[in-house]
Design a binder for this molecule. Structure first.
Ligand SMILES: [Zn+2]
Ligand SMILES: [Zn+2]
Length: 365
């Protein structure tokens, strides 16, 4: 190629243009295409490896942002000299970095779903490492007086302000203490919970506890301990059965649960009358939910003790059927009030046990 000597290139950039093009070889910043980028790559590689060592990962990918003009100069050179060339500068440099990580840390490249993604910005000379979320399954027990979920800060409406904790009110909740521990333990950015139903703040949740799945975003570590004991200010919350799932669950199984409801009756309940109205077998109930949709639910077991106006009912029922409404009769037919033919009010309820009706499902990975 006659015109090739018009361009001075570094060895790396010349090598990319095909054999025997006959370029003038340049040192460092004298390279027409990269202005010396390729010669400073080694320190960037070492920086990435140093940062990557602080993460648990098995697979990774490398992305790159080039300074303005670099790709354009390579394109111009190739079109003027009518050469097709080999790899682009971007794919060559990311490939070099990837093989360096591979050999230093013994990890594999996965371009589609890597645990770790390193983005090298050669325009600003920065390196940014992020990781794929992990999804953790576990069960929690909860002391009385602690709400399940965080509440969005009213002052900033969740954007985050000086009075709150990243957009959430500082009042303790199970979600906040689990979030706090997992974020610190796994070096993560934040968490997102999926619940298998909920209960009231004044509900106790007994062992083995209610299941949940939590997405841990941008974690440095990808393994969790099996159990945690968390101080809440109201007593201990215990997390057990923690395990990292193989990916994002596509659906949460339906569940049934057993509750102990503390109920006040408008009129004293006669234990013998209770026995005569004893409800046997499964009861089908209709529940008009908050979206005004009627859903069919089942109550599988009812055991009631009464003393004067106070009753304690142990109820096994479908997930999604609100205990207080089933007792009192709000949007549920028939309710316990109707079954016992006296107005009832559920003061509070505890969660004795939760049964999942199937396994978590995962979409195609
Ligand atoms: Zn170059
Ligand atoms: Zn706020």
């Amino acid at each position: 190629v006659v015109d090739a000597e018009r361009f001075s290139l570094c060895e790396t950039c010349a090598g990319r243009q095909g054999d025997g093009a006959g370029f003038d070889l340049a040192e460092g910043s004298g390279c027409f295409i990269c202005h010396g980028l390729t010669s400073s790559l080694a320190s960037t590689e070492r920086r990435i490896v140093r940062e990557a060592r602080r993460h648990q990962f098995e697979t990774f990918s490398v992305g790159m942002i080039l300074p303005a003009g670099v790709q354009e100069r390579e394109d111009r050179l190739r079109s003027e000299l009518r050469i097709r060339g080999r790899a682009t500068i971007k794919s060559q440099l990311t490939g070099k970095i990837a093989s360096f990580i591979q050999s230093e840390l013994d990890k594999k490249v996965d371009r589609l779903h890597p645990d770790l993604t390193a983005v090298v910005d050669l325009a600003t000379d920065t390196v940014n490492l992020t990781t794929k979320s992990i999804f953790v399954y576990g069960r929690y027990t909860k002391p009385r007086g602690l709400s399940q979920r965080r509440t969005v800060c009213e002052r900033c409406n969740g954007r985050g302000c000086g009075a709150c904790d990243g957009g959430y009110a500082r009042t303790p909740s199970l979600e906040a203490v689990v979030d706090n521990r997992l974020v610190r333990l796994l070096g993560a950015q934040r968490t997102k919970f999926t619940w298998f139903g909920s209960e009231d703040p004044d509900s106790l949740v007994y062992p083995p506890g209610r299941p949940f799945v939590v997405e841990v975003k941008n974690p440095r570590k990808r393994k969790t301990p099996a159990r945690l004991a968390l101080r809440t200010g109201k007593g201990l919350a215990k997390i057990s059965g923690l395990k990292v799932l193989k990916g994002r669950p596509s659906s949460i199984p339906s569940f049934t649960f057993e509750t102990r409801a503390f109920i006040e009756s408008e009129t004293p309940v006669d234990p013998s009358a209770l026995r005569s109205r004893r409800v046997k077998g499964t009861i089908s109930v209709e529940y008009r939910n908050n979206k005004d949709k009627v859903v069919n639910k089942k109550v599988y077991r009812l055991r009631i003790r009464a003393k004067g106006k106070n009753m304690v009912a142990e109820i096994k029922l479908d997930g999604g059927l609100p205990v207080k409404r089933f007792v009192g009769g709000d949007s549920v037919y028939p309710s316990l009030s109707e079954l016992l033919k006296t107005p009832l009010k559920c003061q509070r309820f505890d969660i004795l046990r939760v049964w999942e009706s199937g396994d978590l499902e995962f979409g195609k990975i």
